[in-house]
Design a protein around this ligand. Sequence first.
Ligand SMILES: C[S@@+](CC[C@H](N)C(=O)[O-])C[C@H]1O[C@@H](n2cnc3c(N)ncnc32)[C@H](O)[C@@H]1O
Length: 195
Amino acid sequence: MIRTYFNQRAAIWDKIVAENDRTKLERMASRLNIKPGSSVLDIGSGTGIFIPYLLDHIGQTGKLIALDIAEEMLKVAKAKGFMGDIEYLCADVTSLPLGEETFSAVVCYSSFPHFQDKLKALKEINRVLEDSGWLFICHTSSRTEISEIHRSILSVRDDTIPDKDEMKALLQAAGFTNTRIEDQSDSYLVSARKP
Ligand SMILES: C[S@@+](CC[C@H](N)C(=O)[O-])C[C@H]1O[C@@H](n2cnc3c(N)ncnc32)[C@H](O)[C@@H]1O
């Protein structure tokens, strides 16, 4: 269902839905603890809005996998021809076709609310992270704003961001530590570490 919803919006996504404020995107990417040479998994890449900002941080020696369940969204991302060590993968976050301990960071930019089984998704993310690797769940709007927008759209009306306590409990149950949740008026950022 969610796959169909996003596939149907792929062609118009960048024009009418995606975040187009480069300053906000740059600022968010710089808040993530991503070092040059990192291997990063971007889950829910969509049309690749956040990809250039991630590539800036991983540099020439880093590697990026852009993953999404909706192949039409990924097609748009691929067509942008981003330069760098980047691979596109169509898959569901709850069943990642990737080995254990592969990534130093996993990023979910503007995608986490749409994961239908959040605990299963977080456990999968934990599995593919290296020890001491970081998960970043981020948005360039507040949690309340995201939930309000989603509630007004029938197909995604239940796709909300869990509140602080629920988010902490989910992350703990999935094996994460060092959880930090920053919910601000114009951004939302969760960082959590695999021990
Ligand atoms: C709101 S869009 C954001 C796309 C992009 N990050 C952006 O900001 O423009 C959410 C993306 O998450 C993807 N997605 C939703 N559920 C997913 C899942 N279970 N596994 C992988 N990707 C998923 C959707 O297909 C969609 O492309």
